[in-house]
Write a protein of this length. Structure first.
Length: 222
């Protein structure tokens, strides 16, 4: 059974708690997860500064397990349903400017994808391409990524994409929508997310999108 302790100094072999003078739980102490040597399979969180402090407990540095960084930007969470959609003006693959607030005649599907001409993004865009006739009467559809206009043009031509691709260099719009942040591999990038926008408000959010079957999923929600 897991035990969660907040910055509590471990007890030494003499039964006394180490003090700040000998380096335990003081200054820039650090939270780590360890395998407790006397408790099979359990996890304990203790506050440790020098790794030497762990030796009396039979714990070696190799046993330390650092928690992975959380995905997403904690300072800019993903927009939720009911929130106002940030207004923006971006260029399409055709070089034309598109302003969100000018598209009020029908819902807007805005799907953020990581990168042009990569396996998952290609599957997702091809499915939106194939469902174009079904979407036309119901919603505007835009793909959006940090790729530049030239990249979008090459991607469009390669797969005969029939809907606009918005270029978001510097990922400014992605950050406003809360879909840019740390990834599991340690890099930063787009978290594949789709927004349905009605009257300037977020009507539906699809997070952690799986490319295959996603276009049909969005179509069913309109």
């Amino acid at each position: 059974m897991a035990s969660h302790l907040g910055c509590r100094a471990p007890t030494g072999s003499d039964g006394k708690e180490p003090t700040a003078a000998n380096g335990a739980c003081a200054g820039n102490a650090k939270n780590v997860s360890i395998d407790a040597a006397t408790d099979k399979g359990s996890r304990q969180q203790i506050c440790v500064q020098p790794r030497a402090l762990l030796k009396p407990f039979g714990i070696q540095p190799k046993d330390l397990v650092e928690s992975p960084p959380p995905e997403g930007d904690p300072d800019m969470p993903i927009l939720s349903e009911g929130a106002t959609a940030p207004n923006f003006t971006l260029q399409t693959d055709q070089g034309a400017d598109v302003t969100l607030s000018a598209l009020q005649d029908k819902p807007l599907v805005l799907f953020f994808y990581p990168k042009d001409d990569t396996p998952g993004c290609t599957i997702e865009c091809k499915e939106f391409r194939d469902a174009r006739s079904e979407f036309e009467a119901k919603a505007h559809v835009f793909g959006i990524s940090p790729d530049d206009v030239a990249s979008h043009q090459a991607f469009r031509d390669k797969y005969a994409l029939n809907f606009p691709l918005l270029s978001d260099p510097g990922h400014g719009v992605a950050s406003q929508f809360g879909v840019w942040g740390p990834k599991k591999n340690g890099s930063e990038g787009i978290h594949r997310t789709t927004f349905v926008i009605r009257g300037g408000k977020i009507a539906r959010v699809f997070s952690d999108v799986k490319p295959e079957g996603h276009a049909a999923q969005v179509l069913a929600a309109l």
